[in-house]
Design a protein around this ligand. Sequence first.
Ligand code: COI
Length: 349
Amino acid sequence: MEIRIDRTSSSRLPQVDFANLGFGSVFADHMFVADCLEGQWYDLRIVPFGELSMSPGLSALHYGQTIFEGMKAYRTPEGEITIFRLSDHLRRLNRSAERLCMQAIPPQVFEEGLKQLVRLDADWVPHNGSLYIRPIYFASDDQLGVHASKSYRLIIFSSPVTTYYSTNLLVQVETNHVRATDGGIGYVKTAGNYARSLSASQRARAEGFNVVLWLDSINRQFIEEYSTMNAFFVIDDVAVTPPTSGTILEGITRDSMIRLLSDNGYKVTQREIAIDEVMEAGRTGRLTEAFGTGTAAVAAPVERIHYQGEDIFLSTDHSKWPVLSFLRKRLDDIRTRQVADPYGWVSVV
Ligand code: COI
């Protein structure tokens, strides 16, 4: 499928302060756009990043058929540009699409559009961070009435970033709201899952925390995830993360971490883990590391966990956190091609 390219006549690159990027507020020069009507893809184009014109009747705005991904491109010391786990992100996007009754995205549309976009905006990949790539996919019928849309639009755009969390995680365990329920859409990367997390997050922030940890909807006891990351706890030298059984996002960073740990002599297990167990391990000094993982955050260490009036504090000397240190370094080395990639995770564009 041919992709039309309309280059910007005036790049915004010279205005970017690469020393102070933060997360997600600066956008690269171009975006890839593709439309689909009743399964037929058409008008694949790369155009200058800019505003969209849309009808107030756009069905995604009403009934929530809208999904997204978060992926990253890196610059290697040799100057190549890599994309991490491209086909796994498409697989997850299409799993989200299937659950929300949306047309699947063909690999050739997604991969070709993405690669050509990243090649065109290669100068936007920072030397001191990564290019965060945000594919969004939404229903584009211009009609009211609750049914699956006939038309869809895929847009891929990008943003040069450094870390998502600039400080350690100060965690409030949420005991009132729930993020997801069995049989629901907790595993889908859709706007609604983030929207339902916002009021608890806002409450937590007002009380001095920067992230919420969600519990299961039935027992209000088993750990699910942070709103922005999967959760890992190192207890008695074993890295534990809850199984992704439908209510938890199947994190690609999470999966990478599990594979890196188990292939490199670390103990790692996926099992249900109760908040009571975490607090008890914290009280007795057996909880030695806790962190969140995600594409944006990579691996963010926890400093404090607050649950039912009690606080657990973890050491902030992360040089003494062997699991976190290993994961950060190995993942970085794979993504920047400093060590072999036995998993085929890295695509050079
Ligand atoms: C990601 O990690 O890529 C996400 O989509 C999470 C979001 C909070 C930035």
